[in-house]
Write a protein that binds this ligand. Structure first.
Ligand code: HEM
Length: 404
């Protein structure tokens, strides 16, 4: 018998892993009354669901649940942008969009991105230079990925804040919180109109060549046979910032916290710098920035003898799968030298994170650089985890630092 898990309860938010273990062992296919979702928490089941085509990502209608049908037509600009997003498409349409958008992340473009990342890290450190007290999330982990992504898109620096604010309005609407969905939809729809107008102009003006410029890469991809419409480019440019910002911020913050609370692992890193990539992988597994993703079943499916009907909404708990002891030896230990099974922090299958290489590059570069400029950073205050169960990240992270 499974206990009733309170997703928004502070005990759960601060440490969800005890409840994950309980559900994973006692009820691998768990009907959660309060959210009206089926939960899958075992690694093999989450891995299965991520590969099977009947677990659909195209759930646009679910985002508008609770909004009166007669109001829906007012949100056409928003639905137009959302329905072309990779994350909300499936099958042949998803494959077409994904093959074109992934050209922007081809290795030749990634090579141009590394110097941009280093420059942004240097700028951020320059802004903090000499201070002994730093709020790591606000001053480093939050601005780093958004500045990198907007810069590699090729948008002018003076537009960053406006662009971030529009994308944020759309992102807020996509959050799971049912609070005031109609107002959120109105704000997001206004942002969708403005962002579409803005990016349309940028696409007219953008020139090929120079530094990395994903807009021009996407424009060329679209012009070669008109396989990617303007709306599809715009939808996915917004999608890149939405999908890549907070997730990477969480990875950076979680990584710094784990580094400062696991002295023996930090010691290993100080002796062998080649361990930074394994450190980042273990942070992704141990405190997965995305804890939960959603799917909807297009046909009835049975799992562990439990019949799941067509239309059932399902939550896949990446954070629980990544601590499953069936796959990970001493799963609750943070061990940067871990070998064996791959974590699912970037998902798996057709929707595997398109920005995984970028997120890894940003994070490895950041830690390699910070380890050179800061001598023995220390936690000033024990941080708290944010009160949103879908993502795992810290509210803030106050540090004492000494500069080398
Ligand atoms: C998809 C995690 C960074 C862009 C995903 C998925 C996960 C994920 C779990 C699969 C979602 C699903 O199957 O429903 C993460 C984490 C990140 C990160 C943990 C950082 C630590 C980024 C970055 C970008 C990005 C930096 C781009 C700039 C995307 C896109 C998709 C995606 C576009 C949708 C792919 C598709 O549907 O085909 N990400 N992500 N992500 N991610 Fe990331």
């Amino acid at each position: 018998m499974c206990k009733n898990i309170q997703l928004l309860n502070d005990d759960f938010l601060q440490d969800p892993y005890r409840d994950y273990a309980h559900v994973r062992e006692e009820c691998p296919v768990y009907w959660h009354e309060a959210t009206a979702y089926w939960w899958l928490t075992r690694y093999d089941d989450v891995h299965f669901a991520l590969r099977q085509p009947q677990f659909k990502s195209a759930r646009l209608h679910a985002l508008f649940d609770g909004i009166a049908p007669e109001r829906l037509s007012r949100f056409t600009p928003l639905t137009r942008l959302l329905e072309s997003r990779l994350l909300l498409t499936d099958g042949a349409n998803h494959q077409r969009l994904r093959s074109l958008i992934s050209t922007a992340f081809a290795p030749r473009h990634m090579d141009l991105i590394r110097p941009v990342i280093r420059q942004v890290i240097e700028d951020l450190l320059g802004e903090m230079q000499g201070r002994t007290s730093v709020e790591f999330i606000r001053e480093f982990a939050d601005p780093l990925p958004s500045r990198v992504i907007t810069r590699i898109l090729g948008l002018p620096a003076e537009h960053y804040e406006q662009f971030k604010s529009w994308t944020n309005d759309i992102y807020q609407f996509m959050g799971v919180s049912p609070v005031d969905r109609t107002t959120r939809a109105e704000i997001a729809s206004t942002a969708a109109v403005e962002i579409e107008r803005y990016l349309d102009r940028q696409l007219d003006d953008c020139a090929v060549g120079g530094g990395p410029n994903l807009l021009s890469v996407l424009k060329s991809a679209s012009e070669a046979g008109e396989r990617l419409s303007r709306t599809e480019i715009i939808a996915n440019v917004v999608g890149l910032l939405n999908a890549g910002h907070e997730t990477t911020t969480n990875l950076l913050g979680n990584g710094m916290y784990l580094l400062l609370t696991h002295a023996e692992q930090a010691q290993l890193l100080s002796h062998d710098r080649s361990l930074w990539p394994s450190f980042v992988e273990e942070v992704l597994r141990y405190e997965s920035p995305v804890q939960i993703i959603a799917r909807q079943l297009s046909e009835a499916t049975e799992m562990h003898g439990v019949p799941l009907p067509a239309g059932a909404n399902v939550l896949l708990f990446l954070g629980a799968a990544n601590r499953d002891p069936r796959l990970f030896w001493q799963a609750n230990q943070f061990d940067i030298q871990r070998q064996g099974a791959r974590h699912l922090a970037f998902g798996f299958g057709p929707h595997f994170c398109i920005g995984a290489a970028l997120a890894r590059m940003i994070t490895v570069e950041a830690f390699a650089c910070l380890s050179k400029v800061w001598r023995s950073p220390r936690l000033a205050v024990t941080p708290r985890w944010r009160s949103y169960p879908v993502f795992r990240g810290l509210v803030d992270l106050q540090l004492h630092v000494t500069w080398q």
